[in-house]
Design a protein around this ligand. Structure first.
Ligand code: SF4
Length: 252
């Protein structure tokens, strides 16, 4: 587990790395390839998946951004006794359609074994949450928060449950949401908003009004909002809102 500059959590933990969504603005992919030695890249499992039973001496991403299960990391949360807010798999989509259910279950079990922490999950494929719930494999825990990455109002399934703790990470905000909310959107427990970072050609800089619209909707529906620092140039420090849905949160 690592300390992080991500403002809405204390630590990141990456028992699974790599992602096949192929987002053109992906920062994690750049990081993985920076430390990609390709030294072990010999015989992947079907689907191009990899499993590392033991910690590789170097590099940290021997298979680059190919989906990889770092099984040796499963005990990390239990080894930390002080409760932290942990972003699980910041370098992957743990709930991507290509991820074996067994990998997900093993990661969730490792979280259940260390209940002192709060776990934040995030996916671009939230229908996998539904599939796992139908199989009774998705833990309903107060310290588990199931997030969906949303970049435009057309994203499917970003609200999917009134029962589990859910949140939306609208980052990068690529277009206005207007009035594209549904009754179910009110079930969200938290909304994070961020602008695209980096210098990608075609980078989208959101309008202040796009952010304010979302903020207003959340206000009307009592949904806490967290604006990432990438919005400071757009909102100004005075316009920033940094709310956490849990009382006594690590950085509230
Ligand atoms: S979903 Fe996230 S990790 Fe996967 S390619 Fe897109 S930005 Fe990268």
């Amino acid at each position: 587990m690592n300390d992080t500059k991500i403002e809405w959590c204390d630590m990141t933990w990456n028992p699974v790395t790599g992602c096949l969504h192929g987002c053109e603005y992906c920062y994690a992919k750049k990081v993985a390839h920076r430390f990609d030695g390709k030294v072990f890249d010999t015989s992947p499992l079907p689907g191009g998946l990899h499993v590392l039973e033991d910690r590789p001496p170097w590099p940290p991403y021997p298979y680059g951004f190919a989906p990889t299960f770092h099984r040796y990391r499963l005990g990390d949360p239990a080894s930390k006794t002080k409760g932290k807010t942990i972003f699980v798999c910041s370098m992957a989509d743990l709930f991507g359609s290509w991820v074996p259910t067994k990998w997900i279950v093993d990661v969730l079990d490792a979280c259940l074994a260390a209940p002192q922490h709060r776990y934040l999950f995030l996916t671009k494929n939230p229908k996998r949450y539904l599939e796992l719930d139908e199989m009774a494999l998705l833990p309903l825990q107060g310290n588990f928060w199931y997030g969906s990455t949303v970049t435009s109002p057309s994203t499917d399934y970003f609200t999917w449950s009134y029962t589990f703790n859910t949140f939306a990470s609208i980052e990068p905000l690529l277009e206005p949401f207007g009035n594209s909310y549904s009754d179910q959107t009110r079930s969200l427990g938290w909304v994070i908003i961020g602008a695209e970072t980096g210098n990608r050609k075609g980078k989208v800089i959101p309008d202040k009004a796009w952010v304010q619209e979302i903020q207003e909707y959340c206000r009307e529906n009592d949904i806490p909002v967290f604006m990432k620092d990438s919005l400071i140039p757009i909102m100004g420090e005075a316009g920033m809102v940094r709310e956490f849905p849990w009382e006594g949160g690590c950085r509230a």
